[in-house]
Design a protein around this ligand. Structure first.
Ligand SMILES: Nc1nc2c(ncn2[C@@H]2O[C@H](COP(=O)(O)OP(=O)(O)OP(=O)(O)O)[C@@H](O)[C@H]2O)c(=O)[nH]1
Ligand SMILES: [Mg+2]
Length: 177
């Protein structure tokens, strides 16, 4: 490519994306599905797992955060520098529902700006007795007046791939892809 063409070539927009959620929610499995197009076994993320994916109009720099309690204090620093948030919830983890809701609302209130789009993944919907999306949306506090972010909830399975393309397509549109 000539020097002149390179000068006028459209640059991809860099986007920093944080993926948060409790440990074992399926964050890394989701990222793996995005990157490899198939399910891969994972090990718990110790700290931060970084991946980059290029789309035609944007470069996604993914910060897949470790969800164990010890690593959660790191989240705020990364979230404050992020342009996008994915929050992953294990749809079969009824026991920790209030814990994940509290942490999620705290991120929205104090760690990210109002204009940042938020994609919520109700993950592991391949498993029986998972939460239903409509009920989840209400119980998770998303319909409250104080929520001013653009958000959407998608049923996903990072194991079978259900909802992976649909959710990321919505998100890329919100990010200007
Ligand atoms: N059935 C099912 N299992 C899943 C799904 N997503 C993840 N898992 C499994 O759940 C376990 C935890 O997945 P991870 O992706 O490592 O979870 P994580 O949120 O990254 O966990 P931390 O790194 O500890 O924060 C693994 O055994 C995955 O295979 C899913 O959609 N369906
Ligand atoms: Mg992980």
């Amino acid at each position: 490519m000539s020097f002149i063409l390179k000068l006028f070539q459209k640059k991809s927009k860099p986007v920093n994306l944080t993926i948060c959620g409790l440990d074992k929610a399926g964050k890394t499995t989701f990222v793996n599905y995005l990157v490899h197009g198939e399910f891969r076994e994972t090990t718990p993320t110790m700290g931060i797992n970084r991946k980059s994916i290029s789309f035609p109009k944007l470069d996604l720099h993914i910060f897949d955060m470790g969800g164990q309690e010890d690593f959660r204090p790191i989240w705020s620093d990364i979230n404050e520098k992020s342009n996008a948030l994915i929050y992953v919830v294990d749809s079969t983890d009824y026991l920790r529902f209030e814990e994940t809701k509290r942490i999620f609302l705290d991120i929205l209130r104090s760690q990210i700006d109002n204009e940042i789009p938020v994609l919520i993944l109700l993950n592991k919907t391949d498993l029986p007795d998972h939460m239903e999306r409509i009920q989840f949306t209400r119980d998770f506090g998303l319909l409250e007046d104080e929520i001013s972010h653009t958000w959407a909830v998608f049923d996903t399975s990072a194991k079978t791939g259900e909802g992976v393309v649909e959710s990321i397509t919505w998100f890329l549109q919100m990010l200007g892809e």
